[in-house]
Design a binder for this molecule. Structure first.
Ligand SMILES: [Zn+2]
Length: 112
């Protein structure tokens, strides 16, 4: 395919893992066979768990968006082109940070 095939495979595997996790979380959140307990302490524990699940869900979704974006850039053939300055991003940087779309200089500038 192309020179980013190994990174693409890695991104696809990560996406699969996240989709699985998100769907597991959504299934747990929708689980109506497990009504909220009347006991106050148990209720508090259950609410905490739901907050954790919601947080994981949001994080998973954010990462998924980054993966989708990286995959689109691979498909479009501009995966290793910095989206700010158009220079080529070294493959070593992409292997270390597969979701990045900036070269080292632009990433440093963006963080300032
Ligand atoms: Zn740049």
């Amino acid at each position: 395919m192309n020179k980013f095939n190994d990174i693409r495979k890695l991104l696809l595997a990560k996406r699969q893992e996240l989709l699985q996790r998100v769907s597991n979380i959504q299934r747990d959140l929708r689980n109506e066979d497990n009504p909220v307990e009347k006991d106050f302490e148990e209720q508090a524990v259950q609410m905490e768990n739901e907050e954790v699940l919601n947080a994981l869900d949001a994080e998973g979704r954010a990462t998924l968006l980054k993966i989708e974006h990286a995959l689109q850039r691979i498909e479009a053939g501009n995966y290793d082109i910095c989206s700010m300055c158009d220079t080529t991003i070294p493959i070593e940087r992409l292997r270390a940070l597969p979701y990045t779309e900036l070269c080292v200089d632009c990433a440093a500038e963006a963080e300032e």
